[in-house]
Design a protein around this ligand. Structure first.
Ligand code: ZN
Ligand code: ZN
Length: 351
């Protein structure tokens, strides 16, 4: 996690790279304050922050020069550092048009090179330090889920379950959720990313819970679906199909495999069972400082999986009006398979 990793793109692609997103600031400089501008070159770099962050930036960074900026000197300082550069890489996927124009005016003659994809690729393979954060983040989610399970019963609302999951994660050291907690039940479970509300859990409902926390900047992600009361034969078939697809996906993931091959292995189980039309999304995605990052495990992903990439495996079947099931684990790719970071049973649980 340092400027050193940028040698893969500097100076070949650009003379310097301008970073503004909280995750890239953190990854490439160590600064976790979230707000600032980094300008990194092959042989040095600067981190511009305002007075709220100066102390933190000085403490957290080692190989950049921290410069405090304020309303009066901001333009002058950025002008001084940006204008001599012939080419400047930037995060086109993160900057608004307005914010980009604000930087462009300091170096209108420079080549501005889009580097969002390159920067994301540099973050794909995790260091041991990052893996430890991801392991802990996922463990917090798992512990929270197991603590909440006894409270899932007929009459409880989705909102209550969502609140309880978030509370239990906070208590265990999470600094927040990695995305908006999903708790959907009954007919609503057919919406893969539906929102929890005042709907009460009813007899025969599937309850799908997809949630994650943030631990030392790193995200977790897991999904479990449980059933409440008595369910139909078809619900049981759907559950077992998703579970089998998930296991097939997991057993395909290893170093050297293409993202699309993992997707195919899981998708085939669902298609063979006749539910192919009800699995619309990709099998999984990378996780790190962002909840969704590279690599993708999608039907078109040509990315070759490498050891220490962290990805999710989350097939689902969603049938309008009837309901849906998704099961998601977060795993670390190894030479000969995976390390599953999600230590939670996935046999059908009927509460
Ligand atoms: Zn998820
Ligand atoms: Zn996910």
């Amino acid at each position: 996690m340092s400027r050193q990793t940028l040698t893969a793109i500097l100076p070949q692609k650009a003379e310097a790279v301008l970073l503004t997103s909280p995750h890239n600031l953190r990854y490439f400089t160590g600064f976790s304050g979230g707000e600032g501008v980094a300008l990194l070159c092959e042989d040095g770099g600067y981190l511009f922050v305002d007075s709220r962050y100066t102390t933190q930036a000085l403490e957290e960074t080692t190989d950049v020069t921290v410069i405090e900026i304020h309303a009066k000197n901001r333009e002058e300082i950025l002008q001084k550092h940006l204008s001599p550069l012939k080419s400047i890489g930037y995060e086109e996927g993160q900057l608004t048009v307005g914010a980009f124009d604000g930087f462009l005016k300091f170096a209108p003659k420079s080549d501005w090179i889009k580097l969002s994809q390159d920067l994301e690729e540099l973050r794909m393979v995790k260091t041991e330090e990052e893996l430890n954060c991801l392991r802990r983040a996922e463990a917090i989610g798992a512990e929270a889920f197991l603590a909440v399970l006894p409270q899932i019963k007929i009459g409880v609302t989705e909102n209550e379950i969502a609140a309880e999951i978030e509370y239990q994660m906070r208590k265990r050291g999470s600094s927040g959720t990695s995305f908006e907690t999903i708790v959907v039940s009954g007919y609503k479970s057919s919406m893969p990313h539906g929102k929890p509300d005042y709907k009460k859990i009813e007899n025969g409902d599937f309850v799908t819970m997809d949630f994650g926390c943030v631990y030392q900047g790193y995200c977790s992600d897991m999904t479990r679906t449980v059933a409440v009361g008595s369910i139909t034969k078809e619900q049981e078939t759907i559950y077992q199909t998703v579970k089998e697809a998930q296991v097939q996906g997991l057993s395909t993931i290893r170093a050297g495999v293409l993202g699309k091959e993992a997707d195919f292995a899981a998708r085939k189980v669902i298609e063979d069972a006749g539910y192919g039309a009800y699995f619309g999304h990709s099998l999984g995605h990378g996780v790190g400082l962002l909840i969704h990052e590279l690599p993708n495990l999608s039907p078109r992903s040509e990315t070759v999986l490498k050891p220490n990439m962290v990805v999710t495996c989350e097939p689902g079947i969603y049938i309008p009006k009837l309901g849906g099931v998704r099961i998601e684990d977060m795993v670390c790719v190894t030479e000969d398979g995976i390390e599953n970071l999600t230590q939670v049973p996935k046999d059908l649980l009927i509460l």
